[in-house]
Design a protein around this ligand. Structure first.
Ligand code: COA
Length: 166
């Protein structure tokens, strides 16, 4: 039987669990695209838990639950930019990121956004391409003693998006 998926807004008590999920997601899911030094530098963004909690609380953050446990989260910045999208390795490939992005894009559109942007990791590039995001620019971000590559992408929110079809 497949586990049930639901979404809810972020709560302050989620911060430690989401910090651990963020780290596990990076270390387990991005190894084909980034080396260990890059993964560690990336995952360290959640080491200061108070700062990480403030980042989540300062954005529109949604948590996906599978059988009641956090399986992923998305954080939408300024109603237009996907700042964070992370899925727990145990829940990968089961539609968790799809559900989170469907909701984030619908909320952005409902609040008047004409487009949504993301700096997509190389791991997530294909996922966002599949959703209609177009690549605009390659970024090289300095982090600790290394560099992380990502791709600036943008999706226009058309008039027919998020409208139920009959
Ligand atoms: C990228 C990530 C968020 C995808 O999460 P996921 O829950 O496994 O993705 P889903 O199961 O919702 O996938 C939805 C669809 O996208 C496809 N997809 C997922 N990842 C893909 C990829 N890298 N390339 C191509 N297609 C992909 C799936 O096959 C699925 O297709 P379908 O609709 O035809 O069934 C997840 O791998 C992750 O957390 N990666 C590590 C952290 C990261 O890089 N975050 C992004 C920061 S910008």
């Amino acid at each position: 039987m497949s586990a049930r998926l639901s979404l809810r807004p972020y709560l302050p008590a989620d911060a430690p669990v989401l910090a651990a999920l963020f780290r596990a997601s990076i270390l387990d899911l991005t190894g084909e695209d980034y080396d260990e030094e890059q993964q560690e530098a990336w995952a360290a963004a959640a080491d200061d838990e108070a700062a990480f909690a403030a980042r989540l609380a300062g954005q529109l953050t949604l948590v996906a639950l599978k059988d009641g446990a956090p399986a992923g989260f998305v954080a939408l910045k300024d109603n237009t930019h996907i700042d964070l999208l992370y899925v727990h390795p145990d829940a990968a490939g089961a539609g968790v990121a799809r559900a989170l992005c469907d909701a984030a894009e619908a909320l952005a559109k409902g609040r008047g956004a004409k487009a949504v942007t993301v700096d997509a990791s190389d791991t997530a590039l294909g996922f966002f391409q599949k959703r209609g995001y177009e690549a605009h620019r390659r970024n090289m971000v300095p982090l600790a003693d290394t560099w992380l590559g990502n791709t600036a992408m943008k999706k226009k929110l058309g008039d027919n998006d998020a409208v139920p079809r009959h």
